[in-house]
Write a protein that binds this ligand. Structure first.
Ligand code: IP8
Length: 262
C-alpha cells in the first residue's frame, strides 16, 4: 500500500446545485474524478468522502432530522429518512459511475447500513478497514444514521467522517474541496467579501458566513474538524473545488491557491 494517504472531502455544495432538490453538478464531479486519476498516478492512496448538498440538507432541515425523533412529526420523519437515504445513494452512484468511467476502482461504504451513532459518536464497522486494506478507493458520505436511545436517528456529516478517519488511520493530507470561496475568508460578511486566509492557525478567530444553508454547521464545522485533523498530524487544506488544478498542486506540495492549516 502506498505510504501517503490523501483524503479528499467533496463538499455537498460543490457537487450539487444547492437550491434545487437532488440536482448534481456533473461537470464538477467529472473534473474531480479526473483529479483522482492524477493523484493515484502519483502513487498515493486516496480516500473520498462526499457531502449531501441538495440531496440531503433540504429535506433534513425541513424534517429537523438533526434533532432526532420528534413525536408530532415522527411518521413524516421516518418517510423522509428513507427518501434522504435513497437520494444519498443515488448521489453516491453518480460519483462512483464517474470514477469507473476513468477506470478508478471505488468502493462505497454506506454509513447507515454499516455503523451507528451521529456526529463524532459514529462507530464504523470493520467493512471500512476491509475497503482501506484492499486496492480500492473507499468512498464514504454524509448520511442519516441510527443512534441508540430515544433520539433514534441523527446526522453524520462528511466533515465528521474526516475527523473520525484521521483518528483511526494515518492520513497524510486532508483536503476539503469547497464551493464559493478559495479557502477560509477572514470576513465573508463584509462588503468587499473578505480576504483569503492562506495560512490558518487554529488560534485564528473565524467569522462564519451567515448565508450558509447546511444543517450540519457549514464552514464552522469544517474548520473545527480541520483543526482536529491537523492536531492528529495530517496536513489540512481547504481549496475551491471548482479549481481542481489547485487540489493537485496541494497534493504535490507546490504552491496553491487555498488555505493551509499551520
Ligand atoms: O453534507 C450531511 O453531510 P454533509 C448529511 O457532509 C445529510 O454535512 C444527509 C444531511
Amino acid at each position: 500500500m502506498p505510504e501517503e494517504v490523501v483524503l479528499i472531502k467533496f463538499g455537498g455544495s460543490l457537487i450539487t446545485n444547492k437550491s434545487k432538490v437532488c440536482s448534481e453538478r456533473i461537470d464538477i464531479i467529472d473534473k474531480l474524478a479526473k483529479i483522482c486519476v492524477n493523484i493515484t498516478s502519483l502513487n498515493k492512496k486516496l480516500i473520498i468522502v462526499h457531502g449531501a448538498g441538495s440531496f440531503g440538507h433540504i429535506k433534513a432541515k425541513e424534517l429537523k432530522i438533526f434533532e432526532g425523533k420528534i413525536i408530532s412529526i415522527y411518521e413524516k420523519q421516518i418517510l423522509g429518512i428513507e427518501k434522504i437515504r435513497s437520494d444519498m445513494l443515488s448521489l453516491n452512484e453518480k460519483i462512483i459511475d464517474m470514477m469507473l468511467k476513468y477506470k478508478l476502482k471505488p468502493e462505497t461504504y454506506i454509513p447507515h447500513l454499516e455503523g451507528k451513532g451521529s456526529g463524532m459518536n459514529y462507530v464504523f464497522s470493520n467493512k471500512i478497514d476491509e475497503i482501506i486494506k484492499s486496492n480500492k478507493i473507499p468512498v464514504i458520505y454524509g448520511d442519516v444514521v441510527d443512534i441508540d436511545g430515544d433520539k433514534e436517528f441523527g446526522i453524520l456529516s462528511g466533515d465528521d467522517i474526516c475527523e473520525i478517519l484521521c483518528k483511526r488511520l494515518k492520513i497524510s493530507h486532508v483536503i476539503f474541496a469547497i464551493d464559493g470561496a478559495d479557502g477560509i475568508i477572514d470576513n465573508p460578511n463584509s462588503k468587499s467579501g473578505g480576504k483569503l486566509i492562506k495560512q490558518f492557525s487554529s488560534h485564528h478567530p473565524v467569522v462564519v458566513n451567515k448565508l450558509e444553508f447546511d444543517v450540519t454547521g457549514g464552514m464552522n464545522l469544517k474548520i473545527k474538524r480541520g483543526v482536529n485533523c491537523f492536531r492528529q498530524g495530517s496536513r489540512v487544506s481547504i481549496i475551491n473545488g471548482n479549481n481542481t488544478e489547485m487540489i493537485l498542486k496541494a497534493v504535490m506540495g507546490v504552491e496553491y491557491l487555498g488555505t493551509e492549516f499551520i
